[in-house]
Design a protein around this ligand. Structure first.
Ligand code: DON
Length: 557
């Protein structure tokens, strides 16, 4: 009865949300300005891919903690004809990298070497990625897609309260790495306007010379100079040799859904597929979303998948990864055979699965749908907030610290607490393993959901929970996104919680079963920006309340 009432309320909520206007295209991103840029492009006749390029570049200007030209990311798309594709524009290790580059002579990790400054920077992939998308899928000239970002940089963007807090909290790092005069050295307040002429100049170079405006010539020289002066090893050749790669998306079935997500070098798709396959036999909708049973099934599946991640996942160009074996239903069923509702499975007793194979590793997400039904899901990052904190002063942009996503010492945790093994160790020109999970869901063959999230390792579990909330627990997309989240990643042992996720009683019950629970007062997990599509309700964009995220739309008159 309760469930029926819940479904009826959800339907009403969906309908009320949409009753005044029918949305025909949308962009949902971390900043309203960027979402609007994407929508304006579509109003001028551009498709979702044109909007993607323009939105991405706008984020590089007005969301400098994660939007970037100095980082990288992944894109998953579904064209209006149902064709699926994915692009890897992940950073690569510079060619002079080596497996001991973050260790001292005793073989211990040198603190901050992989997270701050020159050595932490991977060869940026974003601009190469945008040109790949443009050459293959766009309909408008690149110059028209980059112009709004140039305008935004010149005219300035307004600092939000969250942004002021964030910039101010890194002020010390900005100054210690880049000097007192660095562009972001000041104290910022809500309502300030930031005008960044230097990034406008860089974008002009790219507008004029294409990809070479970033990977060669003046901009490239500025990047290498900045990195070298901070102890890095990247060379001009590394920039020149960077390439983005079209890869087979990771597609799998879950009940009546077909889910398309990012394959290696992101672990996102494989882990999402593993976790959902482990959950599937339990018919989880029989439980309420926060019941002990549902939490246990989700946590235990996550734990087992992250254990596998640590051993088996890394750059597919460097390793022969046993993807089919990892996704095999009977293997995953066996993985769950040690689970019982009575007790937690302690992570220390749980090894990566027993697979034998021939061996030869701060972010932002946005979702777009256009008037014709082309769908684009993109997650892009500098890794940490403002990446390495190293700022290419004359270029007006931050460089990533993606090298920390390698297992800088196999077995040692990275900044997201993830442990990795030999397979994800540093090597020249290799891509570091990611958790980014840009995803597109089809229900009964029709486009149903475009989503993704920032959040390091919790990206995978944030995407997972929104999918379960929508398709198993019948929540509206807003409810699904704004519901409190929890996360488990095998190591460390505990369940990570947002405030108010579980009642004190539930925490006690789970503790009695052997679960360790970590509850930090202001912990937020992920920020999912999604678009729900259904033949009943049409297009419903939804931006996560946890940030300044916002949608822009085109509506029918
Ligand atoms: O690729 C990855 O998995 C990480 N570099 C993502 C970092 C991230 O999501 C930070 N955002 N909060």
């Amino acid at each position: 009865m309760k469930k029926v009432l819940f479904i009826l309320l959800s339907i009403c909520f969906f309908k009320c949300e949409n009753k005044s206007k029918k949305i025909s295209a949308a962009v949902v991103s971390a900043r309203l300005e960027a979402s609007r840029v994407g929508v304006e492009i579509m109003k001028k006749g551009g498709n979702a891919f044109d909007a993607m390029v323009a939105t991405d570049l706008a984020l590089a200007v007005c969301y400098p903690n994660a939007g970037n030209i100095g980082g990288g990311g992944f894109l998953v798309y579904r064209s209006k004809n149902g064709e699926i594709g994915s692009l890897d524009f992940r950073e690569k290790a510079p060619s002079n990298s080596h497996e001991k580059m973050f260790l001292n002579s005793q073989g211990n990790v040198i603190k901050y070497k992989s997270t701050l400054g020159g050595l932490s920077v991977g060869v940026p992939g974003t601009i190469a990625g945008l040109f790949e998308v443009h050459d293959k899928l766009c309909s408008m000239p690149f110059e028209d897609l980059i112009q709004p970002a140039i305008n935004l940089a010149r005219n300035g963007f307004i600092v939000t309260e969250n942004q002021a807090k964030s910039l101010n909290s890194y002020q010390k790092d900005f100054i210690s790495l880049n000097g007192e005069e660095t562009f972001y050295a000041g104290k910022f307040s809500k309502g300030d306007k930031i005008v960044n002429y230097n990034i406008a100049k860089t974008l002009e170079e790219i507008k004029l010379y294409g990809k070479d405006g970033f990977y060669k010539g003046e901009t490239a020289e500025k990047i290498i100079q900045t990195i070298k002066s901070s102890g890095g090893i990247m060379t001009l050749e590394d920039l020149e040799n960077y390439n983005a790669v079209w890869r087979e998306p990771l597609s799998f079935k879950y009940k009546n859904l077909k889910i398309h997500s990012m394959g290696l070098p992101s672990s996102g798709g494989i882990c999402l597929a593993q976790i959902l396959s482990m959950i599937e036999p339990y018919n989880i909708s029989q439980y309420s979303p926060q019941s002990n049973e549902a939490v246990q099934i989700i946590v235990e599946s996550e734990r087992r998948s992250f254990a596998d991640r640590s051993k088996f996942l890394g750059d597919p160009d460097f390793n022969n990864v046993p993807v089919d074996l990892l996704l095999d239903k009977s293997y995953l069923k066996k993985r769950m055979s040690s689970f019982s509702f009575n007790n937690a499975t302690p992570s220390r007793d749980l090894n990566p699965g027993n697979i034998i194979w021939q061996e030869s590793d701060q972010t932002t997400h946005y979702s777009i749908i256009d008037l014709e039904g082309n769908a684009v899901s993109v997650t892009t990052t500098l890794n940490g907030n403002y990446g390495s904190k190293l700022f290419v002063e004359e270029g007006g942009f931050f460089l990533n610290n993606e090298m920390d996503d390698f297992s800088i010492k196999p077995g040692e945790a990275n900044m997201y607490g993830l442990v990795g093994g030999e397979i994800n160790k540093v090597a020249p020109n290799k891509r570091m393993l990611s958790s980014m999970t840009p995803t597109i869901v089809e229900e009964n063959g029709e486009l149903a959901l475009i989503l993704g999230s920032p959040g390091g390792s919790s990206i995978i579990t944030s995407v997972l929970q929104v999918i379960l909330n929508v398709f198993e627990f019948n929540m509206s997309i807003d409810e699904a996104i704004n519901a409190p989240r929890f996360h488990h990643q095998w190591m460390p042992e505990y369940i990570d919680l947002e405030p108010n996720t579980f009642t004190a009683k539930k925490i006690e019950e789970l503790r009695l079963k052997g679960y360790q629970i970590d509850r930090k007062r202001d912990r937020l997990i992920g920020r999912v920006d999604a678009i729900r599509i259904s033949s009943d309700f049409g297009i419903i964009p939804s931006a996560d309340n946890r940030g300044d995220d916002a949608e822009a739309t085109i509506t029918d008159k």
